[in-house]
Design a protein around this ligand. Structure first.
Ligand code: HEC
Ligand code: HEC
Length: 317
């Protein structure tokens, strides 16, 4: 059970103040982060029953439990920043503001769970003492909630996919992959995925994206090499994605790569080819307008000249 893993934040972390405490807009922003990144392990309601929970070596914490809710915002901030594999470190991939936002939302999930389960009374009675946390979970029987005990014995069946029916590669990529990968902007937690299809056949990619760890464990040479190269960091499983969904993600990666290549071939003055075309079009129009006008003006000038010549001759003779 995660709460019994003895993962304790250092005491100084308690002195970190949440600058967004009680800020409802920040809580909403935190919800968006939670439901794109954290829910895959911790579950939509934070109970530790996410879609990836079953495939992890250690159970994700039930974030609504008293053991977690009792900790200070500073301690949670420290844990979310540092990670403790398989809990990821979010120091690089989330800004400080985003980490505080998500903590606001973790508090909201805690309140929601207490409202339904009535655990709130016990938490309130114990108060927000971090000392109690540091002394360890053994001293706090509240930790053994009904929800987390059976989870440790038998992995729960996979919940229905929150992405069922979505075939937009961009949306899937942004929801599921951007916490660890970028396209053409360098390594984040995992490799830059630019041109990844030139590195692996689709067949391999389909298997890898569903469950990279199964391939590593089966001894696939490429998988083992990648896993070692990236410091044995665990890429999340995406068992619930269909072939069509994964291929849509790969298409989106291709398209992004092509767009980047097109942008870098643009003229040095920073114009994209289409912009340049638009400019030359309007220059042509302007040129035609100017030359048209000058012909008219020339005619007028000639006329004026003719009339004045006539007038001169008239007056003179
Ligand atoms: C890859 C799965 C995974 C993802 C994604 C993930 N976590 Fe975790 N998380 C875990 C696991 C596993 C633990 C338990 C670690 C331990 O106890 O050593 C954990 C522990 C935690 C804890 C500490 C709980 C405690 O017992 O004190 C917090 C807080 C937390 N996660 C918040 C988050 C937030 C917020 C996000 C999203 C920004 C997130 N996690 C994303 C797997 C994950
Ligand atoms: C929790 C972080 C994480 C998430 C989320 C994640 N990956 Fe990864 N990915 C990694 C890591 C880390 C590696 C490097 C190999 C390793 O350590 O296992 C990797 C490697 C890869 C590779 C091999 C790249 C190469 O250069 O050969 C592909 C392809 C890939 N991921 C695709 C995806 C796709 C598509 C998604 C979204 C559906 C995704 N990943 C989501 C962490 C992640």
């Amino acid at each position: 059970m995660a709460q019994a893993s003895g993962w304790v934040a250092p005491a100084w972390a308690d002195t970190l103040q949440n600058p967004l405490k009680g800020d409802a807009a920040a809580t909403e922003a935190g919800k968006a982060i939670f439901s794109t990144i954290c829910f895959v392990c911790h579950g939509n309601e934070g109970k530790g029953d996410g879609i990836n929970a079953a495939s992890l070596e250690r159970k994700p914490a039930n974030l609504t439990s008293a053991a977690v809710q009792r900790q200070s915002d500073g301690a949670l901030f420290w844990k979310i920043s540092k990670g403790n594999p398989p809990m990821l470190s979010f120091e690089q991939s989330l800004s400080e503001t985003q980490r505080w936002q998500v903590i606001n939302y973790v508090r909201k999930l805690g309140r929601a769970a207490r409202a339904t389960a009535g655990v709130g009374r016990e938490v309130a009675a114990k108060g927000p003492a971090r000392g109690a946390d540091a002394r360890g979970a053994a001293a706090t029987p509240v930790v053994k909630t009904a929800a987390s005990v059976p989870a440790a014995k038998a992995p729960p069946p996979l919940p229905p996919s929150p992405f069922a029916g979505i075939t937009d590669g961009e949306q899937l990529f942004k929801s599921l992959c951007t916490s660890c990968h970028r396209i053409g902007q360098g390594v984040l937690i995992g490799p830059d995925l630019l041109n990844v299809r030139q590195r692996h056949p689709d067949e391999w990619l389909l298997k890898w994206i569903r469950s990279s760890q199964s391939m590593v464990k089966a001894g696939d040479t490429t998988a083992v090499r990648l896993f070692e190269q990236y410091n044995r960091q665990i890429m999340l499983d995406h068992q619930y994605l269909s072939d069509a969904q994964i291929l849509a993600i790969l298409d989106y990666i291709d398209e992004t790569g092509q767009a980047l290549a097109a942008a870098s071939q643009a003229p040095a003055n920073g114009q994209s080819p289409s912009q340049a075309a638009a400019y030359s079009q309007s220059f042509k129009a302007l040129y035609q307008l100017v030359s048209g006008l000058s012909i008219i003006m020339l005619l007028i000038a000639l006329n004026v000249l003719g009339i004045s010549l006539l007038a001169y001759v008239w007056i003179r003779y």
